[in-house]
Design a protein around this ligand. Structure first.
Ligand code: MTE
Ligand code: MO
Length: 370
């Protein structure tokens, strides 16, 4: 058995009827989601953006921090924050979504960070484009992957590691890929990667390495844990599966009406209700959002805000008018993107609960008119 098979074997699937454990609760309190009512803002207010950190938030002093650019380059670089900030600037409104979003809704449940649907947020990220830096370092024409390493360190499924992710060189050279030191116009907060993180618009969250300390160019594919083992879509235990890359289409609804404190069940008075939310895809523009107000039997097109070419990697707002009749209703919403992919109504299960876009269902009690 290879080492990879050993640690892959330790991923756990919950037993039948097994509830979320205290270990999952501990992760869920550290790694909070976007309260879905915060879908109302184009730019997620600081503190409401979801957070996912595998290990601890590392202590990084921005005054002594430096970024190393090394590996298959002619001129290795060492850049301070001031060096980076003197370079050309970049700014983009980019949606981030954790690849594990929706995992806790899988049956059986992969035991890990138990996201329901809230592992998403959109920020204005500011920094400098990555490509000119790689060019300046004289990246080898043989380059295959560029590895980004964070200052955080820990153990995952028995493997001690710095958090590190390899990115195909073509993605590293995209004009949108940047080293970011600001979020919504302010310095990065500690939990989002201060002083500098990578932003790879369109990719699931794991690619956007926080607390960046090192960029290494490789002339062969990176085989580190977070690429070779963690972020894969596989249904069988021994199967290496496919790598997780770009964000698949998804729509979410701002929960209508008001909630029950404990169950989060929604209540709305009968009559006209405007349902609203956001839709996105990291692969292609969102072309359609559909809403069902009867548990998925019938679907109607929602209204999408005009495609905003200025923000191709952010989310789009949608809205839909519903006349709520007293009783109970189940609301669903699904997105389709220009590749033709639509969200599934039934789960497409995989072992780690990755890149899953099972539709959201919102049970609502419609109260008599008052
Ligand atoms: N260094 C480092 N970078 C990281 C992570 C991490 O644990 N360490 N988590 C990744 C994952 S899985 C996600 S989903 C995003 C979350 O970014 P956010 O916390 O800023 O929302 O950061 C990514 N970058
Ligand atoms: Mo993630």
């Amino acid at each position: 058995m290879t080492e990879t098979e050993t640690y892959r074997g330790r991923a756990r699937i919950a037993g039948e009827g097994e509830g979320v454990g205290l270990d999952e609760l501990a992760l869920a309190t550290r790694n909070h989601g976007l309260p879905l009512e915060a879908l109302r803002w184009d730019l997620t207010p600081p503190g409401l953006h979801y957070v996912l950190t595998h290990f601890d938030i590392p202590a990084v002093d921005p005054d002594t921090w430096a970024l190393e650019v090394t590996g298959a380059v002619e001129r290795p670089l060492r850049l301070t924050l001031a060096d980076l900030q003197a370079r050309s600037s970049a700014s983009a409104r980019v949606l981030l979504e954790c690849a594990g979003n929706g995992r806790a809704r899988f049956t059986p449940r992969p035991v890990s960070q138990p996201w329901l649907l809230e592992a998403v947020g959109t920020a204005q990220w500011g920094g400098t484009p990555l490509a000119p830096l790689l060019t300046e370092a004289g990246m080898s024409p043989e380059a295959v992957d560029v590895v980004f390493t964070g200052a955080d360190h820990g153990v995952e499924r028995g493997v001690e590691q710095d958090y590190a992710r390899g990115l195909p060189v073509a993605e590293a050279l995209r004009p949108e890929t940047m080293l970011a030191w600001s979020m919504n116009g302010e310095p990065l907060p500690p939990q989002h990667g201060a002083p500098v993180r990578l932003v790879v618009p369109g990719w699931y969250g794991m690619a956007h390495v926080k607390w960046l300390t090192r960029i290494e160019v490789l002339t062969e594919p990176f085989t580190g844990y977070q690429n070779a083992v963690a972020y894969r879509v596989a249904t069988e235990a021994g199967d290496p599966g496919e790598p997780v890359t770009r964000i698949r289409p998804r729509a979410l609804m701002s929960p209508p009406g008001w909630p029950d404190f404990m169950t989060r069940e929604r209540f709305v008075p009968a009559g006209p209700v405007t349902l609203t939310g956001r839709a996105w895809s990291g692969r292609a523009p969102v072309t359609r959002v559909e809403v069902s107000t009867d548990g998925g039997a019938a679907w109607a097109d929602a209204e999408l805000t005009p495609d905003d070419r200025a923000h191709p990697f952010a989310w789009r707002a949608w809205s839909h008018s519903w006349t709520a009749e007293p009783g109970t209703a189940e609301l669903l919403v699904r997105a389709t993107d220009a590749t033709g992919e639509t969200q599934p109504v039934d789960q497409q299960w995989n072992r780690q609960g990755m890149a899953n876009t099972l539709v959201q269902r919102v049970p609502v009690t419609v109260l008599p008119p008052r």
